[in-house]
Design a protein around this ligand. Structure first.
Ligand code: NAD
Length: 362
């Protein structure tokens, strides 16, 4: 059996603390579930800059290019904020996404029923929420040309950006979303603004064309203004949503906040072959570094996504999701989700997940 190569990039701040717990879980999969893997670590972000003067060192990029999947902690920290822009940790992250051509960004918003009170919405609206937002990540208005600020004849300045999508860009993000819908409840909602924008008209046309290859998936369309309303009115109507870079940027943050717990949410960015980089949605949390307060569950759930979407191990992924649910049922909480009650350390939470996972191996 060939070993899966996993590149591990702990990054900065709480990154190394939370990634250590995810690696502990991977080692449990290797020992107790026969999962064949090889792990190699490298520096990214501020750690890369400290090590070799570049937030994306050449050897880190090479390692990630050769790997089957990449697991990332988080990058950034106040000590790097005064560096010139190209040397800042976040630039390393943007560059690695571009270099690996990760155009499909998967942002789940799921809320374990045990944590429903963390949301600002009523329990019955969000308990058990499980949405996947698929956001196009490398095109659209954030990259379209021409862009800039120009001076008009009357001397007034005018800012402008261009919203463009070529057919192949819509086709590949649509396929990525349909593939994910096939692994879930086979319901896909495409979000656009086809009543106003020509680019959305083309988007919708291409999504409908791709749907012919996925007859089992129930496809619907929604205008973005309505989608933002529906996300806070009745979010459980959605399974998978697919949308453009900018609409996805906004909707995925709304969806994440429905859950109220930033330390619980994983994410993935995939290329056209399904290779991906997996990371928690939160940052490096400089305010809690070294205090053993960081919640490792977003990173642990990122491992589950990695197994499901890049490594063809959906069963193991389901087991991790179940183990996390069991740990929450047992009452384990890090400070961010403890609601003022007793909390456990980062390491104790990681140990609890490994123990819950082992209990599922027999
Ligand atoms: P943040 O997500 O790091 O922190 C926001 C708040 O959430 C903080 O109070 C933090 O303590 C808390 N928090 C975050 N993750 C947590 C966890 N796992 N457990 C418990 N509490 C957690 O956002 P920020 O403070 O705006 O940014 C801090 C640094 O992270 C900045 O340098 C920023 O650029 C960087 N950042 C990196 C990424 C990334 O690596 N993908 C994403 C966002 C921000």
């Amino acid at each position: 059996m060939s070993l899966k190569k996993i590149a591990v990039l702990p990054g900065d701040g709480i990154g190394p603390e939370i990634v250590a717990e995810a690696v502990k879980l991977l080692e449990c999969l290797q020992q107790d579930f026969g999962f064949g893997m090889e792990i190699e670590s490298a520096a990214l972000g501020g750690a890369g800059y400290d090590q070799s003067g570049d937030p994306l060192p050449q050897e880190t990029l090479a390692l990630c290019q050769q790997a089957d999947a990449v697991l990332l902690g988080a990058v950034g920290g106040p000590q790097y904020d005064t560096l010139e822009r190209d040397m800042r940790p976040e630039r390393g992250l943007l560059r690695i996404r571009t270099e690996l051509e990760l155009f499909s960004n998967l942002r789940p918003a799921m809320l374990y029923p045990q944590l429903a009170s963390a949301s600002s919405l009523k329990d019955e609206i969000v308990a058990g929420l499980d949405i996947m937002i698929v956001r196009e990540l490398t095109g659209g208005i954030y990259f379209g040309q021409p862009r800039g600020i120009r001076e008009l004849e009357n001397g007034e300045r005018q800012g402008f950006n261009t919203l463009v999508y070529a057919e192949h860009e819509v086709d590949r993000i649509a396929r990525s979303a349909f593939d994910i819908a096939m692994l879930r409840n086979k319901k896909l909602c495409s979000v656009d603004k086809a009543n106003v924008l020509e680019v959305s008209e083309l988007w919708r046309e291409v999504v409908i064309k791709v749907s012919a290859d996925y007859p089992e998936v129930e496809l619907s369309h929604m205008y973005v203004d309505n989608a933002s309303m529906q996300l806070v009115r009745a979010p459980k109507q959605f399974d998978v949503m697919v949308t453009t870079n900018m609409f996805g940027d906004i909707l995925s943050d709304t969806a994440a906040m429905l859950t109220g717990s930033i330390g619980m949410l994983p994410s993935a960015s995939l290329d056209s072959a399904g290779k991906g980089m997996y990371e928690p949605i939160h940052g490096s949390a400089p305010d809690i570094v070294g205090k053993s307060m960081a919640n490792p569950l977003a990173t642990i759930l990122s491992v589950a996504m990695m197994l499901r979407y890049s490594l063809g191990e959906a069963e193991l992924a389901n087991k991790i999701d179940l183990a996390v649910g069991n740990v929450l049922n047992q009452g384990f909480r890090t400070a961010d989700i403890a609601d003022g009650g007793n909390s456990v350390s980062t390491v104790a939470m990681g140990d609890a997940v490994v123990a819950a996972m082992r209990a599922l191996s027999s």
